[in-house]
Ligand binder design. Structure first.
Ligand code: FAD
Length: 396
């Protein structure tokens, strides 16, 4: 049950949009070069309740519905991509996996109330350099006679490695098991002996979000650090990523909305051949297509959130999450291309007075990959569509 009124939430959404487009944007100019968030960013995020608003009341949060949470995510997604990535993860996988699958003694040990001010932050590591994302991974957690596990292997392209206390690691516990139950999920202490961070080069966009590889050499894991049951790793990854995929879609929604608003303003101001370009039928068509796709995406995000609020294990979650994420990529791709075209040459430069056109263009392209490439979404959608004979259910 939400502890905030609708008026308070509307004021909060405005506050967060102003923060994202104001101080956060300003701070990002230096982060583009250093690739590291300054302490000031974390302080501002704490001060503005950005580690708190999504938590249940019992953990110090506001007890919001998924719909209310996603509406806030749309607003901070107007800001720099790396910060959006960090805050999106904070609002979702960070605390939710432990809450959903952690045993009571592990929750007490880590402290569920420590997420509210980032006293604890947990990143997520599935991808590996040596195999395909999903069942085809090679990091192993071998069970010892005393019930503990020894972890060996590597992870690649992992976000938030420079500001996390723990890592959710998916590893093979039984290589001979049928495909889906080979894997288990663990929480690993980032300060444990044998845990190493392997630097990676700067990325195209979303700078500052601490991307690196991980190396595990004989890391000892107490049985308490197993999530769910042994063999449940694939299920934990798929269920957790399903919800997170809609947070990615909502991030694309926020970015696309900002690009639309910037394009409207620019097309009204820019005069060629005696008229604002906004008066030209071809520009209006582009703006109309951008707005239509953004509206459709917002409807998909809200529809998913209502399903999830009614029942987090509802059988529509997996297919709708994958559809929403895939559609959001197509939307942000089209919107960012149209934005660049409408801005003309000025849009290709940094310090554009209407907003960060070139940075938004780079930032949004991380979304092709975050939480599964488009083919992974297509595979999931096709499987669900065949299983359900093409039927999609909606709440009355
Ligand atoms: C900015 C960023 C942040 C990330 N953060 C994290 C993180 O925090 N944690 C984490 O675990 N991972 C993270 N990743 C990794 C991300 O999840 C992967 O990049 C993504 O899942 C794609 O996997 P891959 O890079 O191994 O591509 P590959 O598996 O090499 O795939 C390359 C292409 O081939 C296609 N392909 C592969 N196999 C098949 C198949 N069987 N059938 C059809 N097509 C196929 C893919 O769809 C893709 O288009 C991050 C990536 C980026 C770019």
């Amino acid at each position: 049950m939400s502890t905030k009124t609708q008026e308070e939430l509307a004021a909060y959404r405005k506050q967060i949009r102003e923060l994202a487009e104001g101080p956060f944007d300003e701070m990002q100019k230096e982060i583009e070069v250093t690739n590291k968030f300054p302490q000031e960013f974390f302080d501002l995020a704490i001060k503005n309740d950005l580690y708190r608003y999504y938590l249940p009341e019992e953990y110090g949060g506001w007890g919001l519905s998924e719909l209310e949470i996603l509406k806030i995510q749309e607003e901070f997604s107007h800001g720099p991509g790396g910060m959006r990535m960090h805050l999106h993860h904070a609002a979702d996988l960070n605390w939710r996996i432990l809450d959903d699958y952690g045993h009571e003694d592990l929750k007490k040990y880590i402290g569920m109330d420590k997420f509210q001010d980032k006293s604890v932050y947990i990143n997520f590591a599935l991808t590996e350099q040596t195999g395909g994302t999903g069942a085809d991974i090679h990091t192993t957690a071998v069970k010892q006679p005393d019930g503990s596990y020894i972890l060996n292997g590597e992870k690649w392209l992992i976000s938030h490695t420079d500001c996390s206390d723990y890592t959710y690691v998916i590893a093979v516990t039984d290589p001979d098991d049928p495909k889906d139950s080979r894997l288990s999920a663990f929480v690993v202490d980032n300060h444990a002996p044998g845990f190493e961070i392997v630097p990676m080069p700067h990325m195209m966009g979303c700078r500052g979000a601490g991307h690196a590889g991980l190396r595990f050499t004989n890391v000892h894991l107490d049985p308490m650090f197993l999530l769910g049951e042994e063999g449940q790793g694939m299920e934990i990854a798929i269920h957790s990523l399903s919800i997170s995929r809609v947070h990615i879609a909502c991030s694309n929604l926020g970015m696309a909305q900002r690009m639309l608003e910037m394009s409207i303003k620019r097309s009204n101001d820019r005069i060629t051949f005696g008229k604002p370009i906004a008066k030209r039928q071809m520009i209006k068509t582009q703006i109309a297509n951008m707005a239509m796709n953004i509206h459709a995406l917002r409807c998909m995000v809200y529809d998913f959130a209502r399903d999830y609020d009614a029942d987090p294990n509802n059988d529509q979650i997996t297919q709708k999450a994958a559809m929403t994420k895939l559609f959001s990529i197509d939307t942000v791709k089209m919107v960012s291309d149209n934005m660049l075209e409408i801005f003309g040459g000025d849009g290709y430069f940094e310090d554009c007075p209407y907003g960060p056109t070139e940075r938004l263009y780079r930032d949004c392209r991380a979304m092709w990959l975050e939480e599964g490439a488009p083919n992974v979404q297509r595979t999931t959608i096709a499987r669900e569509v065949y299983n359900k004979n093409g039927q999609v259910k909606y709440l009355d």
